[in-house]
Design a protein around this ligand. Structure first.
Ligand SMILES: [Zn+2]
Length: 375
């Protein structure tokens, strides 16, 4: 039996927290444990935080693509993210290959299957409706029920070209036909179709990603106020996901939404090699810093990358409880100035820097090097 004792840590409310991991599971948890000997000890000296392992529910990590791709470990455990959900990089034609490759990775990898069977081989995967087929989709979901945790449809002008709302109607139909319920994540951007048409089709539990983009077809009207139908969509139970990305997080949109009590429920990066290396995404820690800048605290932000995505995608993760898989993230929060930038080039400065120092996945600890987890 291997054991790991994490001592002198604190939870996201700042209360003392210690955890004993045995055989890949959380064995004990409390403010102060009485552990005599463990195979490995991590002493946090009362200044680091311990949370459930971070979950990023919108990444692109199928390495064989040429447009949006990355190594799951480079966007995963090396940055404090213990679980990634790839958001539709692959469809029925290539998701099997993606599954096989990711079994070698240290990071937990799950996938949403693209309703286009090619996945994102090219930007316009929904321009040709013959690629949107039910039978191969259902076959893959039946074959990999533990891996495929959702359906993805990218519904913006450059993806659907002349097809408007049609691919989304199909996605909704497929979701209802499936023998098991899976959440539908919809990427929104430039119209057509309009955001209002999209929200009309979506139902409780479906997810809008890129919710705070700064585009004309975004959540704000020409007076800079949140559109009425957006508030209705939220009250009907549609989930708002950040999906930062290269083009999809505008800090002013996010500030206005916050002022009007329109909140995102989950925080994701939409990371791939380019926006990881060159920004504006960089990593999950930088996205957390942006949420803290907006005025949220750790108690509000950490659930957006733990309990909430776990619940939305039915993952048995996201909570620090005895008996659960020992997936944890250990991080520091420092009072230091740092320049941040959103997807539209708006610059702002924070005084709170988040630095992951350990990823623990299934009880295995990985120290995060100085240069791995930050810019
Ligand atoms: Zn994406």
């Amino acid at each position: 039996m291997t054991s790991l004792y994490i001592k002198n840590g604190q939870d996201i409310s700042g209360f003392p927290l210690e955890i004993l991991i045995e055989d890949q599971k959380i064995a004990q948890i409390g403010p102060k444990l009485d552990v005599i000997a463990a195979d490995e000890e991590i002493d946090l000296h009362n200044d680091s935080y311990v949370s459930a392992g971070w979950i990023d529910d919108h990444v692109h990590c199928y390495e064989k693509l040429s447009l949006y791709y990355d190594d799951p470990d480079k966007v995963g455990y090396l940055t404090g993210v213990t679980t990634v959900i790839d958001a539709g990089s692959t469809g029925a034609d290539n998701i099997e290959d993606f599954y096989q490759i990711t079994r070698q990775k240290k990071t937990n990898v799950f996938a949403m299957i693209n309703i286009s069977k090619t996945g994102i081989l090219a930007q316009n995967e929904l321009a040709d409706m013959s690629k949107v087929e039910y039978v191969p989709l259902q076959r893959m979901i039946n074959q990999y029920p533990e891996f495929i945790v959702g359906i993805k449809a990218r519904i913006s002008k450059s993806v659907v070209v002349d097809n408007g709302i049609k691919p989304l109607i199909k996605a909704k139909m497929f979701q209802k036909l499936l023998t098991q319920h899976l959440p539908l994540m919809v990427h929104v951007g430039t119209n057509p179709p309009t955001l209002s048409e999209i929200m009309d089709v979506l139902e409780k539990g479906d997810i809008i990603t890129h919710c705070f983009n700064g585009k004309d077809n975004g959540i704000l009207n020409s007076d800079g106020q949140v559109k009425e139908f957006v508030k209705k969509a939220l009250s009907k139970g549609i989930i708002f996901d950040i999906g930062h990305g290269s083009e999809s997080f505008n800090v002013k949109t996010a500030q206005q939404a916050t002022t009007e009590n329109v909140f995102a429920q989950s925080l994701s990066t939409d990371i791939y090699h380019h926006n990881r290396e060159h920004g504006p995404v960089y990593n999950m820690a930088t996205c957390i810093e942006k949420m803290l800048y907006l005025g949220f605290d750790l108690k509000q932000v950490i659930p957006m990358i733990t309990t909430v995505p776990a619940h939305n995608f039915n993952l048995d993760k996201g909570e620090l409880l005895v008996g659960k898989d020992a997936d944890l993230t250990i991080f520091n929060v420092k009072n230091e100035p740092k320049d941040l930038v959103d997807s539209d080039g708006n610059k702002f400065q924070t005084n709170t820097v988040v630095e992951p120092i350990y990823s623990i996945i299934g009880g295995q600890s990985y120290a995060i090097g100085e240069n791995n987890g930050s810019i």
